[in-house]
Design a protein around this ligand. Structure first.
Ligand SMILES: C[S@@+](CC[C@H](N)C(=O)[O-])C[C@H]1O[C@@H](n2cnc3c(N)ncnc32)[C@H](O)[C@@H]1O
Length: 285
């Protein structure tokens, strides 16, 4: 008989393999967040006895790898770097370690916490805390997590939150799918929609925080969804609708594919979805 922790493990495994396919097809702009960070952190980094970062939900660690290289370029020689990771998915923790090993990041003191951010506690203070495309997974907790993160910053530290903007067509697809299968059945308790940048901005404005925000285009290549019986296309469809469509009827799958077709744009003979992202940067306040 399967226990709930076995089920959780299987869900993490399924999510990690679908996220690998998503990453392969995602034209992501990681540079923008680094440029924003550079303006805020450049002058303060070299003054710290140790530079420390908290990464919430790093997944396979692609952004983290770039962030570490960026920090090292802006740090003094020999200055220690501590990199704290909070990642509940065991497969993502394994891939993260492999990413760092192959990235030649040199001497970095990594600390891995196999848990959700909601369960994480520390007395440490950080120069940078970032939630990069992970805040969707903490429905209803955003306000508390932002406030707690600001408390965990050093005086010159910054909180960076990157997520899709409300213009990302994935939200249209999810909303339509929820209508088709019945809203009550689709949305988890405590959340009626997915987090996106305009909703997060409302929360941040409501708290009264100062911040900067920049948005920028990103795309997802969904051409594989239109090729019959291609596993990659099926995985992408599941990811787009945040659902398991394997047991869904052929009619429903066709209906959902038509929805994708409606919002897709053609670029170099590929079918692309427009998924713009935005980054908030908030100083300690
Ligand atoms: C969409 S992926 C983003 C991964 C990576 N930051 C990137 O930009 O590619 C979301 C990540 O957040 C993690 N995650 C989900 N819920 C979380 C939670 N409550 N606390 C911390 N991380 C969480 C997932 O395991 C996953 O690795």
């Amino acid at each position: 008989m399967s226990t709930s922790s076995d089920t959780q493990k299987q869900m993490y495994e399924a999510y990690a393999s679908s996220y690998t396919i998503f990453l392969k097809n995602w034209q992501v702009n990681r540079q923008k967040a680094l440029e924003m960070l550079e303006k805020h952190l450049q002058s303060s980094l070299s003054k710290q006895t140790e530079v420390s970062v908290l990464s919430v939900g790093p997944g396979p660690g692609e952004f983290d790898k770039q962030l570490i290289h960026f920090l090292q370029q802006n740090m003094a020689e020999g200055q220690p770097l501590k990199y704290v990771v909070v990642e509940p998915n065991h497969i993502h923790r394994q891939i993260f370690e492999a990413t760092m090993q192959s990235a030649n990041v040199g001497k970095v003191h990594f600390e891995m916490h196999p848990m959700t951010i909601e369960d994480f506690q520390t007395n440490e203070k950080f120069d940078c805390i970032h939630y990069t495309h992970s805040i969707y997974h903490m429905p209803g907790q955003e306000r508390r997590l932002i406030l707690e993160s600001l408390d965990m910053l050093k005086d010159a530290g910054v909180l960076l939150i990157t997520l899709d903007t409300e213009e990302a067509v994935i939200f249209k697809l999810i909303t339509k799918y929820a209508e088709v299968v019945g809203n009550d059945q689709y949305w988890q308790e405590g959340s009626s929609q997915m987090m996106e940048s305009s909703k997060l901005r409302e929360i941040i404005d409501d708290i009264g925080l100062s911040y900067q925000f920049e948005s920028y285009p990103e795309y997802l290549d969904v051409s594989a969804c239109f090729e019959e019986n291609l596993e990659e296309g099926k995985v992408l469809m599941d990811f787009l609708f945040q659902a398991n469509l394997r047991d869904a009827s052929a009619e429903l799958n066709q209906q959902l594919l038509s929805l994708v077709e409606e919002v897709a744009i053609e670029q170099n003979d590929r079918k692309m979805l427009y998924l713009p992202a935005g980054t908030f940067i908030m100083p300690k306040q």
